[in-house]
Design a protein around this ligand. Structure first.
Ligand code: ADP
Length: 401
Protein backbone atom coordinates (compact mmCIF):
# COMPACT_ATOMS: atom_id res chain seq x y z
CA UNK A 1 0.00 0.00 0.00
CA UNK A 2 1.24 3.47 -0.77
CA UNK A 3 0.13 7.08 -0.62
CA UNK A 4 0.30 8.99 -3.88
CA UNK A 5 -0.43 12.69 -4.34
CA UNK A 6 -1.98 13.96 -7.59
CA UNK A 7 -1.31 17.64 -8.27
CA UNK A 8 -2.82 20.06 -10.74
CA UNK A 9 -0.97 23.38 -10.44
CA UNK A 10 -2.26 26.45 -12.26
CA UNK A 11 -0.80 29.94 -12.24
CA UNK A 12 -2.72 30.97 -9.10
CA UNK A 13 -4.11 27.66 -7.83
CA UNK A 14 -2.99 24.21 -6.78
CA UNK A 15 -5.44 21.32 -6.61
CA UNK A 16 -4.45 18.18 -4.73
CA UNK A 17 -5.76 14.68 -4.06
CA UNK A 18 -4.00 12.17 -1.87
CA UNK A 19 -4.74 8.57 -2.86
CA UNK A 20 -4.29 5.31 -1.07
CA UNK A 21 -2.99 2.99 -3.77
CA UNK A 22 -3.73 0.55 -5.23
CA UNK A 23 -7.20 0.79 -3.62
CA UNK A 24 -7.60 4.25 -5.24
CA UNK A 25 -9.44 5.52 -2.17
CA UNK A 26 -9.16 9.28 -1.73
CA UNK A 27 -7.55 10.03 1.65
CA UNK A 28 -7.97 13.79 1.30
CA UNK A 29 -8.32 16.46 -1.33
CA UNK A 30 -8.41 20.20 -1.60
CA UNK A 31 -7.33 23.35 -3.34
CA UNK A 32 -5.12 26.35 -2.72
CA UNK A 33 -6.56 29.36 -4.50
CA UNK A 34 -5.42 32.93 -5.14
CA UNK A 35 -1.73 32.04 -4.80
CA UNK A 36 0.30 35.25 -5.11
CA UNK A 37 -2.75 37.44 -4.52
CA UNK A 38 -3.99 38.86 -1.24
CA UNK A 39 -6.17 36.58 0.92
CA UNK A 40 -5.20 33.23 -0.53
CA UNK A 41 -7.66 30.46 0.30
CA UNK A 42 -6.68 27.00 1.50
CA UNK A 43 -9.35 24.30 1.47
CA UNK A 44 -8.94 20.71 2.57
CA UNK A 45 -11.35 17.87 3.25
CA UNK A 46 -10.71 16.16 6.58
CA UNK A 47 -12.79 13.09 7.45
CA UNK A 48 -15.39 14.12 4.89
CA UNK A 49 -15.62 17.69 6.17
CA UNK A 50 -14.38 20.67 4.15
CA UNK A 51 -12.16 23.13 6.05
CA UNK A 52 -11.43 26.55 4.57
CA UNK A 53 -8.87 29.13 5.71
CA UNK A 54 -7.68 32.49 4.44
CA UNK A 55 -3.89 32.70 4.52
CA UNK A 56 -1.05 34.61 2.93
CA UNK A 57 0.39 32.35 0.24
CA UNK A 58 2.79 34.33 -1.97
CA UNK A 59 3.99 31.49 -4.23
CA UNK A 60 3.81 27.78 -5.05
CA UNK A 61 6.67 26.92 -2.66
CA UNK A 62 4.68 28.28 0.28
CA UNK A 63 1.49 26.62 -0.98
CA UNK A 64 3.20 23.23 -0.96
CA UNK A 65 4.79 23.81 2.47
CA UNK A 66 1.42 24.77 3.95
CA UNK A 67 -0.31 21.84 2.28
CA UNK A 68 2.20 19.35 3.70
CA UNK A 69 2.05 20.93 7.17
CA UNK A 70 -1.76 20.75 7.08
CA UNK A 71 -1.60 17.05 6.24
CA UNK A 72 0.39 16.56 9.44
CA UNK A 73 -1.57 18.95 11.67
CA UNK A 74 -4.85 17.32 10.58
CA UNK A 75 -3.29 13.90 11.32
CA UNK A 76 -3.83 12.75 7.73
CA UNK A 77 -0.18 11.65 7.68
CA UNK A 78 2.34 11.49 10.53
CA UNK A 79 5.46 12.25 8.49
CA UNK A 80 6.30 13.33 4.94
CA UNK A 81 7.98 9.98 4.36
CA UNK A 82 4.52 8.39 4.17
CA UNK A 83 4.06 9.99 0.72
CA UNK A 84 5.49 7.57 -1.83
CA UNK A 85 5.16 9.63 -4.98
CA UNK A 86 3.71 12.79 -6.49
CA UNK A 87 2.12 13.00 -9.92
CA UNK A 88 1.81 16.35 -11.65
CA UNK A 89 -0.57 17.29 -14.42
CA UNK A 90 1.46 19.05 -17.12
CA UNK A 91 -0.32 20.82 -19.96
CA UNK A 92 2.13 20.36 -22.81
CA UNK A 93 4.57 17.57 -23.56
CA UNK A 94 5.12 18.57 -27.18
CA UNK A 95 6.34 15.70 -29.38
CA UNK A 96 8.92 14.67 -26.78
CA UNK A 97 6.61 13.08 -24.23
CA UNK A 98 4.40 10.32 -25.56
CA UNK A 99 3.73 8.94 -22.09
CA UNK A 100 4.02 10.05 -18.48
CA UNK A 101 7.61 10.37 -17.32
CA UNK A 102 9.70 10.33 -14.16
CA UNK A 103 10.84 13.92 -13.56
CA UNK A 104 14.61 14.45 -13.77
CA UNK A 105 16.59 17.68 -14.20
CA UNK A 106 16.68 17.01 -17.93
CA UNK A 107 12.89 16.55 -18.03
CA UNK A 108 12.43 19.84 -16.13
CA UNK A 109 14.64 21.62 -18.70
CA UNK A 110 12.56 20.16 -21.52
CA UNK A 111 9.33 21.23 -19.82
CA UNK A 112 10.66 24.75 -19.52
CA UNK A 113 11.55 24.77 -23.23
CA UNK A 114 8.01 23.58 -24.01
CA UNK A 115 6.64 26.65 -22.20
CA UNK A 116 6.83 28.38 -25.57
CA UNK A 117 3.93 26.15 -26.67
CA UNK A 118 1.93 26.54 -23.42
CA UNK A 119 2.98 29.89 -21.91
CA UNK A 120 0.05 30.06 -19.48
CA UNK A 121 0.24 26.51 -18.17
CA UNK A 122 3.66 24.84 -18.33
CA UNK A 123 5.49 27.43 -16.17
CA UNK A 124 2.87 26.96 -13.42
CA UNK A 125 3.12 23.18 -13.72
CA UNK A 126 6.91 23.38 -13.41
CA UNK A 127 6.60 25.65 -10.34
CA UNK A 128 4.41 22.99 -8.75
CA UNK A 129 6.93 20.22 -9.48
CA UNK A 130 9.87 22.25 -8.15
CA UNK A 131 7.96 23.22 -5.01
CA UNK A 132 7.34 19.56 -4.10
CA UNK A 133 10.89 18.55 -4.96
CA UNK A 134 12.25 21.14 -2.51
CA UNK A 135 10.39 19.58 0.41
CA UNK A 136 10.02 15.93 -0.58
CA UNK A 137 13.58 15.47 -1.79
CA UNK A 138 13.66 11.67 -1.90
CA UNK A 139 10.43 10.69 -3.56
CA UNK A 140 9.67 10.29 -7.24
CA UNK A 141 7.71 12.90 -9.15
CA UNK A 142 5.97 11.90 -12.35
CA UNK A 143 4.74 14.30 -15.02
CA UNK A 144 1.44 13.34 -16.69
CA UNK A 145 0.73 15.27 -19.88
CA UNK A 146 -2.56 16.52 -21.34
CA UNK A 147 -1.06 15.99 -24.79
CA UNK A 148 0.55 12.53 -24.44
CA UNK A 149 -2.51 10.39 -25.22
CA UNK A 150 -2.89 12.15 -28.59
CA UNK A 151 0.68 11.43 -29.66
CA UNK A 152 -0.64 8.34 -31.46
CA UNK A 153 -2.46 10.52 -34.01
CA UNK A 154 -1.27 9.85 -37.55
CA UNK A 155 0.38 12.62 -39.58
CA UNK A 156 -2.79 12.88 -41.64
CA UNK A 157 -4.60 14.06 -38.48
CA UNK A 158 -2.00 16.23 -36.83
CA UNK A 159 -0.49 18.12 -39.77
CA UNK A 160 -2.09 21.39 -40.81
CA UNK A 161 -2.06 22.13 -44.52
CA UNK A 162 0.44 24.94 -44.02
CA UNK A 163 3.89 25.07 -45.65
CA UNK A 164 5.60 22.03 -44.11
CA UNK A 165 8.53 24.16 -42.90
CA UNK A 166 6.36 25.61 -40.15
CA UNK A 167 5.94 22.15 -38.70
CA UNK A 168 9.57 21.24 -39.22
CA UNK A 169 11.04 24.47 -37.88
CA UNK A 170 8.53 25.56 -35.23
CA UNK A 171 6.57 22.43 -34.33
CA UNK A 172 3.27 23.89 -35.55
CA UNK A 173 0.88 20.92 -35.62
CA UNK A 174 -2.18 19.61 -33.82
CA UNK A 175 -1.25 18.38 -30.32
CA UNK A 176 -4.66 17.96 -28.71
CA UNK A 177 -5.45 18.26 -24.98
CA UNK A 178 -7.62 16.63 -22.26
CA UNK A 179 -5.68 13.44 -23.11
CA UNK A 180 -5.74 12.07 -19.56
CA UNK A 181 -9.52 12.40 -19.47
CA UNK A 182 -10.06 10.86 -22.92
CA UNK A 183 -7.78 7.98 -21.95
CA UNK A 184 -9.57 7.37 -18.65
CA UNK A 185 -13.09 7.36 -20.11
CA UNK A 186 -12.08 5.18 -23.07
CA UNK A 187 -10.65 2.57 -20.69
CA UNK A 188 -13.76 2.71 -18.51
CA UNK A 189 -15.95 2.42 -21.62
CA UNK A 190 -14.23 -0.84 -22.60
CA UNK A 191 -14.78 -2.14 -19.05
CA UNK A 192 -18.45 -1.08 -19.06
CA UNK A 193 -19.03 -2.68 -22.46
CA UNK A 194 -17.10 -5.81 -21.42
CA UNK A 195 -15.10 -5.75 -24.65
CA UNK A 196 -11.36 -5.49 -25.33
CA UNK A 197 -10.43 -1.87 -26.04
CA UNK A 198 -8.38 -3.06 -29.03
CA UNK A 199 -11.54 -3.78 -30.98
CA UNK A 200 -13.49 -0.63 -30.10
CA UNK A 201 -14.09 2.60 -32.02
CA UNK A 202 -15.00 5.27 -29.49
CA UNK A 203 -15.91 8.94 -29.71
CA UNK A 204 -15.23 10.69 -26.43
CA UNK A 205 -16.89 14.06 -25.79
CA UNK A 206 -15.18 15.92 -22.93
CA UNK A 207 -17.53 18.84 -22.39
CA UNK A 208 -16.53 21.18 -19.58
CA UNK A 209 -15.56 24.85 -19.64
CA UNK A 210 -12.97 23.63 -22.10
CA UNK A 211 -14.34 21.03 -24.50
CA UNK A 212 -12.83 18.55 -26.91
CA UNK A 213 -13.90 15.50 -28.88
CA UNK A 214 -11.58 12.56 -29.56
CA UNK A 215 -11.74 9.67 -32.02
CA UNK A 216 -10.24 6.64 -30.25
CA UNK A 217 -9.62 3.49 -32.28
CA UNK A 218 -8.25 0.38 -30.59
CA UNK A 219 -7.52 2.41 -27.45
CA UNK A 220 -5.43 4.98 -29.36
CA UNK A 221 -6.33 8.56 -30.14
CA UNK A 222 -6.43 8.98 -33.91
CA UNK A 223 -7.88 12.49 -34.00
CA UNK A 224 -9.10 15.20 -31.65
CA UNK A 225 -10.77 18.56 -31.98
CA UNK A 226 -8.32 20.75 -30.04
CA UNK A 227 -5.24 21.68 -32.00
CA UNK A 228 -1.96 23.55 -31.69
CA UNK A 229 -3.60 25.16 -28.67
CA UNK A 230 -6.84 24.40 -26.81
CA UNK A 231 -8.58 27.14 -28.84
CA UNK A 232 -9.41 24.95 -31.84
CA UNK A 233 -12.45 22.72 -32.24
CA UNK A 234 -15.90 22.94 -30.70
CA UNK A 235 -17.46 26.01 -29.05
CA UNK A 236 -16.47 26.27 -25.36
CA UNK A 237 -17.37 28.36 -22.29
CA UNK A 238 -15.33 31.37 -23.34
CA UNK A 239 -13.33 30.01 -26.31
CA UNK A 240 -14.60 30.44 -29.84
CA UNK A 241 -13.45 27.04 -31.09
CA UNK A 242 -12.55 26.92 -34.80
CA UNK A 243 -13.10 30.13 -36.74
CA UNK A 244 -11.85 31.39 -40.09
CA UNK A 245 -8.37 32.77 -39.24
CA UNK A 246 -8.96 35.75 -41.56
CA UNK A 247 -11.31 37.08 -38.89
CA UNK A 248 -8.28 37.95 -36.73
CA UNK A 249 -6.64 40.58 -39.00
CA UNK A 250 -10.12 41.84 -39.93
CA UNK A 251 -10.98 42.58 -36.28
CA UNK A 252 -7.51 44.10 -35.81
CA UNK A 253 -8.10 46.55 -38.68
CA UNK A 254 -11.63 47.39 -37.57
CA UNK A 255 -10.82 47.92 -33.89
CA UNK A 256 -7.12 48.81 -33.77
CA UNK A 257 -6.48 45.88 -31.42
CA UNK A 258 -3.26 43.88 -31.55
CA UNK A 259 -3.13 40.19 -32.55
CA UNK A 260 -2.65 39.21 -28.90
CA UNK A 261 -5.67 41.27 -27.88
CA UNK A 262 -7.85 39.59 -30.52
CA UNK A 263 -6.55 36.21 -29.38
CA UNK A 264 -7.61 37.09 -25.83
CA UNK A 265 -11.09 37.85 -27.17
CA UNK A 266 -11.16 34.43 -28.88
CA UNK A 267 -9.99 32.70 -25.69
CA UNK A 268 -11.79 34.64 -22.97
CA UNK A 269 -14.76 36.55 -24.40
CA UNK A 270 -16.15 34.21 -27.05
CA UNK A 271 -17.88 30.81 -27.03
CA UNK A 272 -21.03 30.54 -24.91
CA UNK A 273 -20.18 33.84 -23.20
CA UNK A 274 -19.75 35.60 -26.53
CA UNK A 275 -23.02 34.34 -27.97
CA UNK A 276 -25.19 34.87 -24.88
CA UNK A 277 -23.50 38.05 -23.68
CA UNK A 278 -24.23 37.07 -20.05
CA UNK A 279 -22.51 33.81 -19.04
CA UNK A 280 -20.06 31.09 -19.98
CA UNK A 281 -21.68 28.71 -17.48
CA UNK A 282 -24.09 26.23 -19.01
CA UNK A 283 -26.31 26.16 -15.93
CA UNK A 284 -27.02 29.91 -16.26
CA UNK A 285 -27.67 29.47 -19.96
CA UNK A 286 -30.06 26.55 -19.45
CA UNK A 287 -31.98 28.58 -16.86
CA UNK A 288 -32.34 31.54 -19.23
CA UNK A 289 -33.22 29.23 -22.11
CA UNK A 290 -36.04 27.74 -20.07
CA UNK A 291 -37.40 31.29 -19.68
CA UNK A 292 -37.35 31.64 -23.48
CA UNK A 293 -34.24 33.84 -23.83
CA UNK A 294 -33.47 33.77 -27.58
CA UNK A 295 -29.70 34.08 -27.30
CA UNK A 296 -29.49 31.40 -24.63
CA UNK A 297 -31.47 29.07 -26.92
CA UNK A 298 -29.18 29.97 -29.83
CA UNK A 299 -26.05 29.29 -27.74
CA UNK A 300 -27.38 25.81 -26.86
CA UNK A 301 -28.04 25.16 -30.57
CA UNK A 302 -24.61 26.33 -31.72
CA UNK A 303 -22.76 24.50 -28.93
CA UNK A 304 -24.48 21.17 -29.55
CA UNK A 305 -24.51 21.32 -33.33
CA UNK A 306 -20.70 21.60 -33.52
CA UNK A 307 -20.35 18.52 -31.30
CA UNK A 308 -22.95 16.68 -33.39
CA UNK A 309 -20.90 17.43 -36.50
CA UNK A 310 -17.68 16.16 -34.95
CA UNK A 311 -19.40 12.91 -34.02
CA UNK A 312 -20.49 12.43 -37.63
CA UNK A 313 -17.05 13.24 -38.95
CA UNK A 314 -15.22 10.96 -36.50
CA UNK A 315 -17.64 8.11 -37.19
CA UNK A 316 -16.78 8.50 -40.87
CA UNK A 317 -13.09 8.62 -39.98
CA UNK A 318 -13.26 5.28 -38.13
CA UNK A 319 -15.69 3.59 -40.58
CA UNK A 320 -18.23 3.45 -37.79
CA UNK A 321 -18.42 3.84 -34.06
CA UNK A 322 -19.18 1.43 -31.22
CA UNK A 323 -19.82 3.95 -28.44
CA UNK A 324 -20.18 7.66 -27.85
CA UNK A 325 -18.99 8.82 -24.42
CA UNK A 326 -20.07 11.96 -22.57
CA UNK A 327 -17.88 13.29 -19.79
CA UNK A 328 -16.86 16.42 -17.76
CA UNK A 329 -19.20 19.03 -16.21
CA UNK A 330 -21.59 19.41 -19.14
CA UNK A 331 -21.23 15.90 -20.60
CA UNK A 332 -21.91 14.29 -17.23
CA UNK A 333 -24.72 16.60 -16.13
CA UNK A 334 -26.67 18.12 -18.98
CA UNK A 335 -29.54 16.05 -20.45
CA UNK A 336 -30.39 19.04 -22.64
CA UNK A 337 -27.04 19.13 -24.40
CA UNK A 338 -26.81 15.34 -24.71
CA UNK A 339 -30.26 15.23 -26.24
CA UNK A 340 -29.46 18.00 -28.73
CA UNK A 341 -26.14 16.39 -29.67
CA UNK A 342 -27.62 12.91 -30.18
CA UNK A 343 -30.85 13.85 -31.96
CA UNK A 344 -30.44 13.09 -35.65
CA UNK A 345 -27.77 10.43 -35.23
CA UNK A 346 -30.34 7.62 -35.66
CA UNK A 347 -29.19 7.27 -39.30
CA UNK A 348 -25.94 5.81 -38.02
CA UNK A 349 -27.49 3.53 -35.42
CA UNK A 350 -27.64 5.73 -32.31
CA UNK A 351 -30.83 4.96 -30.35
CA UNK A 352 -31.00 6.31 -26.83
CA UNK A 353 -33.55 6.21 -24.08
CA UNK A 354 -35.03 9.61 -23.16
CA UNK A 355 -35.88 8.34 -19.67
CA UNK A 356 -32.25 7.31 -18.99
CA UNK A 357 -30.88 10.57 -20.34
CA UNK A 358 -31.92 12.28 -17.09
CA UNK A 359 -29.24 10.40 -15.17
CA UNK A 360 -26.39 12.69 -14.24
CA UNK A 361 -23.06 12.56 -12.45
CA UNK A 362 -22.76 8.77 -12.49
CA UNK A 363 -21.74 6.03 -14.90
CA UNK A 364 -24.59 4.85 -17.10
CA UNK A 365 -25.45 3.36 -20.48
CA UNK A 366 -28.26 5.50 -21.88
CA UNK A 367 -28.66 3.77 -25.26
CA UNK A 368 -31.30 1.09 -25.89
CA UNK A 369 -29.97 -2.48 -25.77
CA UNK A 370 -30.60 -2.83 -29.52
CA UNK A 371 -28.72 0.38 -30.38
CA UNK A 372 -25.79 -0.39 -32.70
CA UNK A 373 -23.89 2.49 -31.11
CA UNK A 374 -23.87 2.57 -27.31
CA UNK A 375 -24.09 5.91 -25.49
CA UNK A 376 -22.20 6.09 -22.21
CA UNK A 377 -22.04 8.63 -19.40
CA UNK A 378 -18.72 8.38 -17.58
CA UNK A 379 -17.61 10.88 -14.92
CA UNK A 380 -13.99 11.64 -15.74
CA UNK A 381 -11.22 11.10 -13.20
CA UNK A 382 -7.96 12.65 -14.30
CA UNK A 383 -6.58 12.53 -10.75
CA UNK A 384 -6.82 8.76 -10.45
CA UNK A 385 -5.07 8.41 -13.81
CA UNK A 386 -2.26 10.58 -12.46
CA UNK A 387 -1.97 8.41 -9.33
CA UNK A 388 -2.00 5.22 -11.44
CA UNK A 389 0.74 6.60 -13.67
CA UNK A 390 2.92 7.45 -10.67
CA UNK A 391 2.75 3.80 -9.63
CA UNK A 392 3.23 2.45 -13.17
CA UNK A 393 6.17 4.71 -14.06
CA UNK A 394 7.86 4.24 -10.66
CA UNK A 395 7.49 0.43 -11.04
CA UNK A 396 8.93 0.54 -14.58
CA UNK A 397 11.93 2.52 -13.29
CA UNK A 398 12.39 0.04 -10.45
CA UNK A 399 12.42 -2.89 -12.93
CA UNK A 400 14.89 -1.08 -15.22
CA UNK A 401 17.30 -0.07 -12.44
P1 ADP B 1 -13.56 22.67 -16.30
O1 ADP B 1 -13.22 22.63 -17.75
O2 ADP B 1 -13.39 24.02 -15.68
O3 ADP B 1 -12.98 21.51 -15.49
P2 ADP B 1 -16.10 21.38 -15.72
O4 ADP B 1 -15.81 20.02 -16.28
O5 ADP B 1 -16.22 21.54 -14.26
O6 ADP B 1 -15.14 22.47 -16.32
O7 ADP B 1 -17.49 21.84 -16.40
C1 ADP B 1 -18.04 23.10 -16.15
C2 ADP B 1 -19.33 23.23 -16.97
O8 ADP B 1 -20.24 22.19 -16.59
C3 ADP B 1 -20.04 24.55 -16.75
O9 ADP B 1 -20.52 25.07 -17.98
C4 ADP B 1 -21.21 24.15 -15.88
O10 ADP B 1 -22.32 24.98 -16.06
C5 ADP B 1 -21.51 22.76 -16.42
N1 ADP B 1 -22.32 22.01 -15.45
C6 ADP B 1 -21.96 21.55 -14.23
N2 ADP B 1 -23.02 20.97 -13.60
C7 ADP B 1 -24.08 21.08 -14.45
C8 ADP B 1 -25.45 20.69 -14.41
N3 ADP B 1 -25.95 20.07 -13.36
N4 ADP B 1 -26.23 20.97 -15.49
C9 ADP B 1 -25.72 21.60 -16.56
N5 ADP B 1 -24.44 21.99 -16.67
C10 ADP B 1 -23.63 21.75 -15.65
Amino acid sequence: MSKIMAINAGSSSLKFQLFDMPSENIITKGIVERIGLKDSIFSITVAGEKKKETLDIPNHDTAVQILLEKLISNKIIHSFSEIDGVGHRVAHGGEIFKDSVLVTDEVLNQLEKLSELAPLHNPANVSGIRAFQKVLTDISSVAVFDTAFHQTMPESSYLYSLPIKYYQEYGIRKYGFHGTSHKYVSQRAAEMLGRPIEELRLISCHLGNGASIAAIKGGKSIDTSMGFTPLEGVVMGTRSGSVDPSIIPFIMKKTGKTADEVLTILNKESGLLGITGFSSDLRDIETKASEGDARALLALDIFSSRIHQYIGSYAARMNGVDAIIFTAGIGENSPTIRSKVLTGLEFMGVYWDQSLNYIHGEEAVISYPHSLVKVLLIPTNEEVMIARDVLRISDEMFVLS
